[in-house]
Design a protein. Structure first.
Length: 299
């Protein structure tokens, strides 16, 4: 429920309603989420049947467009408050059982090592590197899973900020599998080619959608404790192709509180074509994986 893990909510408005089904309370509270984003305020309207919360509606000030918006956040919350007060009087029977607005994450699918494979090429260089990391995880006695992002139904973030209301994302697709896996992982490995200076679109979509994970951390107090590791490949040689990709993946990991290890960057693939033919590449990836996978004292 909103506000649970993040301190006190300020009471804005309360209305008690007597009905044949008993006493209901409609309550409007606000939470200052300025510690997450500047000026972010969340309003929550709840219906309580006796002391039990049976309905929750939340809206935050980042959901509206900055200018020219048709609604003001507080106004919207007040309209919902008034409508709920009216509805509870009209049909109290509809509010005697809780209606929970949340989308539970899958109960299964957790592993020690999550490998996000960003290339659309099933048998390309990033996929090969992902298999080396996967193999190192197995050899280290850890469970692992490679997510082939191109093959999943994961849509881009729509910037609705609803995840900061309830701690879940309203977009219906395969993303809960990734969120669940990341929340439980010890290690996150990102294997990706450089595409136009940064990562391919499916991986970028996943990184943006992980704002949901950021919201879960901030709103629900859940934690991501993984260590992070990037392996990137590029067609051109030198360090220049990797300037943006390393920054983007670094920002993605740090936003979630994931500590990134030094990345392994392998260029010149326009010439070499196959990463297996680049001398020392496999050894470097495997050695760096082993270093990240090794258990450590986090104290
Ligand atoms: C759409 C597209 C954009 C690319 N952009 C870059 C780039 O900006 N810089 C670069 O060095 N290589 C670029 N490449 C080359 C890939 O990074 C390279 O071929 C890589 O080895 C592909 O990895 P994969 O086999 O894992 O798919 C691009 C390739 C494609 C298909």
């Amino acid at each position: 429920m909103p506000g649970d893990a993040r301190g006190e909510s300020a009471a804005e408005k309360t209305k008690a309603v007597e009905t044949p089904e008993g006493t209901f309370t409609i309550r409007l509270t606000s939470d200052n989420l300025g510690s997450i984003y500047p000026g972010m305020i969340r309003y929550t309207v709840e219906v309580l049947h006796g002391t039990e919360t049976v309905y929750t509606y939340a809206i935050n000030s980042y959901e509206s467009a900055p200018r020219g918006s048709l609604f003001d956040t507080r106004k919207a919350a007040e309209i919902v408050f008034a409508r709920l007060a009216h509805d509870v009087v009209s049909r109290p029977g509809a509010y005697t059982r809780p209606r929970v607005f949340t989308r539970p994450l899958p109960g299964t699918g957790t592993v020690d090592v999550v490998i996000l494979q960003g290339s659309p090429r099933r048998f390309g260089n990033s996929a090969k590197i992902a298999s080396w990391c996967d193999d190192e995880a197995t050899q280290a006695g850890l469970s692992s899973r490679v997510f082939f992002l191109q093959e999943m139904d994961i849509r881009p973030c729509v910037g609705c900020y609803v995840c900061y209301d309830y701690g879940y994302c309203p977009v219906e697709d395969d993303m809960p599998l990734v969120i669940r896996a990341l929340e439980a992982a010890l290690v996150l490995v990102v294997c990706t080619p450089v595409y136009t200076g940064t990562v391919p679109a499916p991986l970028k979509a996943v990184m943006d959608r992980c704002q949901w994970l950021h919201a879960r951390e901030k709103v629900l107090g859940s934690e991501v404790n993984a260590r992070g590791f990037l392996v990137a490949v590029a067609g051109r040689r030198g360090t220049e192709p990797f300037v943006c990709v390393t920054r983007v993946v670094d920002a993605f990991m740090r936003n979630l509180g994931i500590r990134p290890a030094l990345p392994v960057l392998i260029g010149d693939l326009d010439r070499a074509r196959d990463v297996e033919t680049i001398e020392g590449a496999e050894d470097n990836v495997r050695a760096a994986s082993r270093a990240v996978l090794a258990p450590r004292d986090e104290g």
